[in-house]
Design a protein around this ligand. Sequence first.
Ligand code: KIV
Length: 269
Amino acid sequence: MISLSDLRQFKADGRKFSCLTCYDASMAKAMEIAEIDSILIGDSLGMSIQGRDSTLPVTVEDMAYHTAAVRRGNQHAFIMTDLPFMSYATLNDALQSSKTVMQAGAQMVKMEGGAWLAETVEVLTRNGIPVCVHLGLTPQSVHVFGGYKLQARTREAADKLIADCQAVVDAGAALLLLECVPAQLGQEISALFPHIPVIGIGAGADTDGQVLVVQDMLGLTFGRVAKFVRNFMKEQSGETAILDAFKAYHAAVQDGSFPAREQTFQVEL
Ligand code: KIV
């Protein structure tokens, strides 16, 4: 089973790692066969599994249920689980929510935010819970952003995001996830923290790992699809098409062909 130390070693070795969201045991098994390095049980399940229009209604119990299912199906990948909306608003909430998802099988929790999470990160880490902080476009704050938009488009905003990263890393964050930011910023942040693996989604080709929502990369998202998504199913056929799409994704992340320039945001900072 891949551990956090393995992800750190991948970064040290310059070996890019693949991550996909997953919510059930059979997809998790297919990802195990395809040797996907890490799995995120994302609160995107609110949309992709529950049919809601945002991640806000998702509960800690939902996250634990899907985490346990994925862990039963996959003994290979590093597993991290989202703490859903308002489940880490206080230190006690964060501890209780993390306890629930870690006992369900997560190896790490993920929280959306910035410097304001520093104390929470420190307390969780002290209690043996590794933390990933998700920065940039953070979907739980969609109503603050007023939509799903590119973040940190100016030098000033990029520097503020770097300061947020620094604060949570100083507090003990073991992994960073950057969503929907200029490729240049993804590169800068990945280079700034040599011991902290950085996963990107719409953050350019230079982050240490890449993540996509599984329904997006299988072409199962109907309606608007983000610029940073590539449909890996299009290139497959036959009864092993899903498995082959996962294998193609893993290979494309490792050889650096995903994301290509057209899946990244090129903004000069
Ligand atoms: O919930 C999720 O799927 C996520 C990804 C978009 C990174 O947080």
